[in-house]
Design a binder for this molecule. Structure first.
Ligand SMILES: *Cc1c(COP(=O)(O)O)cnc(C)c1O
Length: 511
């Protein structure tokens, strides 16, 4: 990935008949930047008015017969096209001006702010800013050498695409200096409700805190037992333990890697308070079976949906299949903000009212505290990011599903020991991860690494074997969880994985 800011001279070369002939390298650089997925082209905001002014001069020389108005029409079309192809990089307020060359120092400052190089023919700029400014020739050589590196979550691509809208939303917050709660949080919560059709969506400080808030709302007490899966991120069971409750781990299903609902009843005691399934990699668990058991034994159901926001079970979002559903907006989750964040969803008015208080220190009215709560609010700046991303999320889920489908097709042709993920047909996954299994996991991971393909292990150790949970004295072994931790490997997964990248990845896996 390479960010590149084009200086005015290159842009004018591209749009001038005489200059195109004289500076063919400029044209090649311009075209390559637009063509390559891994080059992110920018133009400095400070350049736009100069481009207009200079283009009048170029046109006057090339087309002396044109009137001012005719030139103006051509220039407007040209600038529109430039703005379609390039993102604007603004001059940052912390610019260091070079008063001998204000124009160039603005361009350099714009480039430095976004960590881009400047492509230019300007000799003075090339001499003065040797680390930043490069010629079109050097740019072409660098990009040709650049191997198309595959990105695991590709947050950079998404930020490049959404940067103007996100900047606008964040500027609103910064200029209003309204950093805690406020209209943006209210708006986001209402959009989250709409998206999930949940009666209540309550944002909070993280997916971990969402779990704590859910358990606090249910009045989980010390010694209560909560039945959950050992094949998950630590936060699932860590929060149970933080509540001084006891995580009771049972084994998972071999095909979905979610909690095995048929093993729940055997784990129920008179201390059991709730069941906490985790929608691992984005796929819901067997919710009908789990809810049936919960009803019979009078237990609560909390879904840890940190990986599954937007997934459906029998055509409905998961919030409709539990007492409380929680999710995370950690950057690498399917719907991520730019820091920590999460949300709690419920159709239960009492829980919702309590959770809203719990997230502000159990406060019922200012400085009056009804419950022991926590500082669990979602940052308004993060809400600003999600207000841009949420409207695009349904489409991103589809893109993720397409990527997953294409992986499955490409990888299922091979007959070796590879196991590809399986989604039950009454539910959908949002593919937080695309995770395959093979007994040769470590070799495969190494091989992929050598080909520049990043992978990750979710997760290398089941929770009942973690040091921090040894005090639980878990006696029975959980065979499937213990086996799959040695076999799982997650492949690059995000909405922008291309067909070519998938072919490259599949080729390495199948060779
Ligand atoms: C990420 C994750 C969490 C924690 O979310 P944070 O927002 O990082 O606190 C909890 N459970 C699962 C299954 C997760 O994947």
């Amino acid at each position: 990935m390479k960010k590149i800011l084009f200086d005015i001279n290159i842009v004018l070369d591209y749009y001038s008949i005489t200059r195109r002939k004289k500076y063919p390298e400029s044209i090649k650089a311009y075209e390559l930047a637009l063509e390559r997925d891994d080059v992110y082209p920018y133009i400095s905001t400070s350049a736009i008015s100069n481009i207009e002014f200079l283009k009048h001069g170029v046109l006057k020389r090339e087309k002396p017969e044109f009137t001012f108005k005719e030139r103006k029409i051509i220039i407007i079309e040209m600038i529109k096209e430039i703005l379609k192809y390039f993102k604007l990089a603004s001059t940052p307020s912390y610019i260091v001006f070079d008063y001998d060359d204000i124009e160039n120092s603005q361009i350099i400052a714009s480039a430095n702010a976004i960590d881009a190089q400047v492509v230019t023919r300007d000799k003075a700029m090339l001499a003065k800013y040797q680390n930043v400014a490069i010629t079109p020739q050097i740019f072409l050589a660098q990009v040709k050498k650049q191997t198309q590196k595959i990105d695991f979550a590709n947050l950079k691509k998404q930020y490049y695409d959404l940067q103007p809208q996100i900047a606008k939303q964040m500027d609103d917050v910064l200029n209003a200096t309204s950093f805690i709660m406020g209209d943006k949080i209210i708006q986001l919560e209402s959009e989250l409700q709409e998206f999930t059709q949940a009666k209540h969506a309550i944002t909070c400080s993280s997916g971990t805190d969402a779990l704590l808030l859910a358990m606090m709302a249910m009045d989980v007490r010390p010694g209560d037992e909560i039945i959950t899966t050992p094949f998950t991120f630590i936060a699932t069971a860590e929060t149970i333990a933080l509540m001084k409750a006891i995580p009771v781990f049972i084994d998972i299903e071999e095909d979905t890697l979610n909690i095995d609902a048929t093993k729940i009843v055997a784990a129920i005691t008179d201390k059991t308070k709730a069941i906490m399934p985790v929608s691992i990699y984005g796929q819901p668990s067997d919710m009908d079976e789990i809810n049936g058991i919960a009803k019979k034994y009078n237990l609560k159901v909390i879904i840890d949906g940190a990986q599954s926001f937007g997934a459906t079970y029998k055509k409905q979002m998961e919030v409709h299949h539990c007492d409380i559903y929680t999710t995370s907006f950690f950057p690498a989750k399917p719907l991520g903000c730019y820091g920590d964040g999460g949300a709690v969803f419920t159709n239960n008015d009492d829980y919702a009212e309590k959770i809203k208080k719990l997230r502000i220190h159990g406060q019922s009215k200012r400085y009056h505290h009804q419950y022991i709560g926590m500082g669990g609010r979602f940052d308004t700046l993060q809400a600003a990011v999600l207000l841009v991303k949420l409207p695009l999320y349904a489409k991103e889920i589809t893109l993720r599903q397409n990527v997953a489908e294409s992986y499955c097709k490409k990888l299922s042709v091979q007959t070796s020991s590879l196991i590809i993920p399986m989604i039950k047909n009454d539910r959908t996954s949002v593919w937080a991860q695309y995770t395959i299994r093979t007994p040769e996991r470590d070799n495969l991971q190494e091989k992929l690494k050598q080909h520049g393909i990043p992978t990750a292990i979710h997760y290398p150790m089941p929770l009942h074997q973690q040091k921090c949970f040894q005090y639980l004295n878990q006696k029975t072994s959980l065979k499937i969880a213990e086996k799959v931790v040695k076999e799982v490997v997650s492949l690059p997964m995000n909405p922008y994985v291309t067909e070519t990248e998938q072919e490259r990845i599949a080729h390495v896996i199948c060779q």
